[in-house]
Design a protein around this ligand. Structure first.
Ligand code: GAP
Length: 444
């Protein structure tokens, strides 16, 4: 059943231009995906909403756009060079490689290969450490490599720029630095669509504060981010959970961590992590770079190393959760209707302008004129490439909240029919009221 839902979503995403396999015409690359025309729009809306909420509507958070390729010492300081590893085992049966923590443990040293189902004996096929970072040679001379690393999290660019931001903005703590951008991990376990990718996007905030404020701010951020998914993204509460990490699950530097989980078709999995990272990162970067990254609190005349609360969200996982939450199949007059009940603010466009008949040039002309008149005020699409029933089904599948149909009567009475996606209710309204009508519905 769950597999069934997942395969329907994957197929819809491909069919309607949300997501395609990366380098597909050359056979693809595992865990690499491309966003198509509609997927790119929704993804941008997800990022824009987050960016506006945190960097524009709040004065205690500023934005940053740091580079993807970073110095090796950044990751020496952060601990990624030494510790960002998976333990991998080779199956001698099917010659594939798996993460030890992701395969079935039978007994003692024996595991079950998820590929060919044969036994893997870890006394024979010894697990090996595999660093997840991707590196690139930046040297001009081929046999003298100079390695740069593709960041595995956007966070490190924030820590490296902490003093730059502080001194250029004259801000005081508590101060958040927010960043949206690509991160890279050489993930070995694929197979859950865009859940685990080698190239993905993160939306991260490092919220720098005084040590004594960190426990309170951590709790506040967990609530803030949970409520954001419910109220701003529109995910159903029953599909969201907060899961606190047990003490033995915490990273060595973390004082607390809570995952915001979503009920994906394959089960509850992490959508975002909110962590109390203490002063670990700035202390490490101070040590390795030999630059003082501490903060001078003028009001209290004291110097300290700021602590950090980190709400770290995945753009792709948010996108995935949005599509899963909105995906719906219902029977209408004996036929199956597939509809994406997206929150209108996230849909690729709010309205589709459709002429009822394409063999009547004056109808097509009126429909196009309406589209050009409204497109700067509400997001809209014009489509006359099929019969009206088919156009409605297409718009339902991509989650367009309103279809505006221009018919023969529109020529005389200057009215159109607006059809609502979720109820399929139809209403006749004057052409000049389309924008007001849609905006009122969006506010409701
Ligand atoms: N700076 C902290 C950090 O990166 P993380 O839990 O490893 O923490 C944060 O990642 C978020 O980034 C995850 O909750 C998830 O949404 C997203 N993410 C991490 N790895 C991912 C991957 N391989 N593919 C897609 N999204 C990923």
């Amino acid at each position: 059943m769950a597999d069934d839902k997942l395969s329907k979503i994957v197929s819809l995403c491909k069919r309607r231009g949300f997501i395609f396999g990366g380098s597909e015409i050359y056979g693809g690359i595992s865990s690499i995906w491309d966003y198509g025309p509609l997927g790119a729009k929704i993804k941008k809306r997800i990022k824009d909403l987050w960016w506006k909420t945190y960097t524009e509507d709040r004065s205690d958070i500023v934005g940053l756009d740091s580079s993807i390729i970073m110095h090796e010492d950044v990751f020496r300081a952060s601990g990624h060079l030494e510790g960002f590893n998976d333990m991998l085992v080779d199956c001698f049966g099917c010659k594939r490689r798996f993460r030890l923590d992701k395969i079935e443990h039978l007994r003692d040293s024996l595991y079950k290969c998820p590929g060919c189902k044969k036994e893997i004996d870890t006394n024979v096929s010894k697990p090996r450490k595999f660093n997840l970072m991707l590196r690139t040679n930046m040297s001009a001379i081929e046999d003298e490599p100079y390695w740069g690393y593709l960041r595995p999290e956007t966070a490190q660019g924030i820590f490296c720029n902490f003093q730059n931001v502080l001194s250029s903005t004259y801000k005081k703590l508590p101060l958040g630095i927010a960043q949206i951008g690509k991160s890279f991990r050489n993930e070995v376990t694929g197979g859950s669509f865009i859940f685990r990718m080698k190239e993905f996007e993160q939306m991260e905030i490092e919220y720098f504060c005084a040590p004594e404020d960190s426990d309170r701010l951590y709790e506040e951020w967990v609530e803030e981010r949970y409520n954001y998914y419910v109220n701003r993204i529109g995910l159903k509460k029953e599909n969201l959970a907060r899961r606190r990490h047990a003490k033995d699950e915490l990273a060595h530097y973390a004082r607390g961590c809570t995952d915001i989980e979503y009920l994906f078709p394959f089960g509850w999995s992490e959508l975002e992590g909110v962590a109390n990272r203490t002063d670990y990162d700035l202390t490490q970067h101070s040590k390795v770079s030999k630059k003082d990254l501490s903060y001078f609190d003028q009001k209290n005349n004291r110097k300290f190393m700021p602590h950090v609360i980190e709400p770290s969200a995945g753009v792709d996982r948010t996108f995935f959760a949005v599509i899963c939450d909105a995906f719906c199949e219902e029977e209408v007059k004996g036929k199956l209707r597939t509809v994406l009940k997206l929150k209108p603010q996230l849909a690729s466009h709010c309205a589709a302008i459709l002429p009822l008949l394409t063999n009547r040039p004056e109808l097509v002309e009126l429909a196009k004129r309406i589209f050009y008149d409204i497109k700067d005020k509400i997001t809209a699409q014009y489509d006359d490439t099929a019969a009206i029933g088919k156009l409605y089904r297409r718009q339902d599948e991509i989650g367009t909240p309103f279809c505006v149909t221009v018919d023969v009567d529109s020529l005389a009475d200057k009215q159109v029919t607006v059809r609502e996606r979720d109820t399929m209710a139809q209403e006749r309204i004057p052409i000049e009221r389309i924008i007001e009508f849609v905006n009122n519905k969006l506010k409701a």
